[in-house]
Write a protein that binds this ligand. Structure first.
Ligand SMILES: [Zn+2]
Ligand SMILES: [Zn+2]
Length: 344
């Protein structure tokens, strides 16, 4: 089969590999019907994910059809259409039992697919702990509708879930890239009074204005003032920082009102400064983390009900055989790209 492979720092290559075999009785083999490229794939390519193993097949956003299951898999059967979770989790350890599946203590726990074990920019993928890692796609939900459930949409859902958003709140979301838009969609489900999005790219700001006209949009340099003018208590009640830029962590807490929740969804390249003397008395609550991707069944239900729709994010489609070109466009943000769907 074809498999897009991490060769060495700076180099991915489409290679011919054998179709994966099941290794454990809890594994499933999935035939990938649609995949995508994530910014985290670029982080691997550029060497900022040291735990990524050269030689692995990359890709951790995909949907497909179950081809084979191990003898201990009970939740899915061959022929089922499924989403694949970016995270591998056992379902039994202390962290899994408490919903902190990102911290699963299994050796393959956390983000392993397409990083430490072979992922899904390929024709087939082996999924460990298939009962946890796969969710059946409801009838009537297309592959494109389900494509982001296991990764960026799970991230947006988790971020909105932990941010304690209430009906009277002004919610600020920093960053309107693909994960920022997913976070916006999930924050909207909580029906806060007002959502403000801060985005520096005019193209991405326009995307938000076009698709979500009720959302207020501002730029980083105007953001502090804009949020003060459009909130009741001197700042946002909830801030979700999704951008991960050089100054966006600072912007996040500067836009928060006293006693606000500031949720850090972004993954930074370098350490960030938490200037406690400057924020003394602000009584801010910071929440950080990697996604606990354990809400995929609920997310799929919301998609089936028409309450979540990420299909506008798919701006480009390429077959796996032309994935090099898809990467070139995604990586260089050419041609208005937001997300690329990789077909077979
Ligand atoms: Zn990702
Ligand atoms: Zn676990």
């Amino acid at each position: 089969m074809l498999a897009y492979t991490y060769v060495e720092q700076g180099k991915f290559e489409l290679r011919e590999k054998p179709i994966p075999l099941l290794k454990e009785s809890t594994d499933a083999l999935v035939r990938v019907t649609l995949g995508s490229i994530c910014t985290s794939d670029l982080h691997i390519k550029h060497g900022s994910v040291p735990r990524a193993i050269p030689g692995i097949t990359v890709g951790h956003e995909m949907v497909g059809i179950v081809e084979k299951v191990g003898s201990d898999v009970t939740a899915v059967r061959p022929g089922d259409r499924v989403t694949v979770n970016v995270e591998t989790f056992c379902g039994h350890c202390f962290f899994c039992r408490h919903g902190y599946v990102n911290n699963c203590i299994s050796p393959d726990g956390g983000w392993a697919l397409g990083c430490r074990i072979d992922g899904g920019q390929a024709e087939y993928v082996r999924v460990p702990y298939a009962d946890q890692g796969l969710n059946r796609i409801p009838d009537g939900v297309s592959d494109e509708q389900a494509l982001f459930v296991g990764d960026i949409l799970a991230t947006g859902f988790w971020a909105a879930r932990i941010s304690e958003i209430r009906a009277e709140d002004t919610v600020l979301i920093i960053g309107a890239g693909p994960t920022g838009v997913c976070t916006l969609l999930c924050a909207r489900l909580k029906q806060p009074k007002r959502i403000i999005v801060c985005e520096k790219s005019e193209e991405r700001a326009d995307f938000v204005r076009t698709h979500y006209p009720e959302v207020l949009v501002t730029r980083p340099e105007d953001c502090v003032d804009f949020v003060r003018r459009h909130s009741e208590h001197g700042g946002a009640d909830v801030v979700l920082e999704v951008a991960g830029g050089a100054d966006t962590f600072q912007l996040a807490w500067q836009c928060a009102r006293p006693n606000a929740v500031v949720t850090i969804v972004a993954m930074y390249d370098r350490p960030q400064v938490l200037p406690l003397p400057d924020m003394y008395g602000e009584n801010l609550t910071f929440k950080t983390g990697g996604v606990d991707g354990c809400d995929c069944a609920e997310i799929l239900r919301l998609i089936a009900e028409g309450r979540l729709d990420t299909t506008p994010l798919i701006t480009h489609r390429f077959p796996l055989a032309r994935i090099e070109e898809a990467y070139r466009i995604f990586e260089n943000r050419l041609d208005g790209v937001i997300k690329v769907a990789i077909t077979q």
